[in-house]
Design a protein around this ligand. Structure first.
Ligand SMILES: [Zn+2]
Length: 291
């Protein structure tokens, strides 16, 4: 299998939508990187100093880590900065607090875009293969499969030295923080990180993909929500728009959508209200297997 292209392909960009990557750095995403790090540091330091309860620490840690997906995801799609090196530095900064291997995830995510909802080809498909509540039960088998897919697609990035250094350094920092204040590390980092698996799987994978056929456009849906909920979801309710035009930065989805809505519908993209999508994502017993 060939390495997925890291450059925007024809159709990724839309002629009528502006791109903030004309600037050297995408400012909203830069703010997000800072907020992610500050939140996790604040959670740990606040609990260690006795000013935050365990519940507040978990909440702040989780809110901060929730920003991680958007940061590394923008990095992978090269919308964080005009320069490739700075883009990847910022993307990796987003991945560090959540112990995610940035290079491997690049391959993983581009495979997801190329083979959306295709069993044994889409590295995210294992998540929506069964019920949401049983996600943890298939985690190790699913991770094994997605790692194998990444290594097969790109041996160098699927298991890169930079990733190994990054993860070892993160685990070293976590070990030191645990030694200094074990309960603070547990509530500020470990518990939020575990909870994040379910949070991100739910609104970034189940809601937009579950129950849909394979395909770049038919495999992702729009979720209709109010403006406030859209911002709470960091605009990922426009996930199908992202699959159609991955070069549009996250904070421009809402403005871009009215201009491309008809075009997306013509491509077979469907919409679902949050009220309809929520129970579907929660209660689906088994997605129909397609191969
Ligand atoms: Zn993407």
């Amino acid at each position: 299998m060939a390495t997925p292209s890291l450059k925007p392909v024809a159709g990724d960009r839309h002629p009528s939508v502006e791109f903030s990557t004309r600037a050297a750095v995408d400012l909203p995403s830069l703010v997000m990187v800072v907020l992610e790090w500050v939140s996790v540091a604040w959670a740990y330091a606040g609990h260690a100093s006795g000013t935050l309860s365990a519940a507040a620490t978990v909440a702040i840690g989780l809110l901060g880590m929730n920003l991680a997906f958007t940061v590394w995801h923008e990095g992978i799609h090269q919308t964080l900065a005009r320069g490739r090196r700075l883009n990847d530095v910022l993307g990796r900064l987003g991945a560090i607090p959540v112990f995610i291997s940035y290079d491997r995830l690049r391959v993983h995510h581009l495979l997801h875009h190329r083979f959306t909802n295709e069993p044994h080809k889409d590295p995210d498909y294992w998540q929506i293969r069964g019920p949401f509540w049983a996600l943890a039960l298939r985690y190790f088998a699913g991770e094994r499969e997605s790692r194998a897919l990444c290594r097969a697609a790109s041996p160098s990035e699927g298991s890169s030295r930079a990733d190994h250094v990054q993860i070892l350094a993160s685990l070293g920092v976590l070990a030191v923080l645990s030694w200094v204040s074990p309960w603070s590390a547990l509530w500020a980092i470990v518990v939020p990180r575990l909870a994040l698996c379910y949070v991100h799987a739910f609104y970034l994978n189940y809601l937009p993909h579950v129950g849909l056929p394979a395909g770049r456009h038919q495999g992702a849906r729009m979720i209709t929500v109010g403006r406030a909920t859209s911002w709470l979801m960091l605009q990922h309710n426009y996930h199908a728009l992202h699959h159609a035009f991955p070069a549009i930065p996250w904070h421009r989805y809402a403005r871009a959508y009215p201009r491309v809505a008809d075009e997306l519908r013509a491509r077979g993209i469907t919409e679902l209200t949050l009220r309809a999508a929520f129970p579907l994502a929660l209660t689906l017993r088994k997605a129909p297997e397609r191969s």
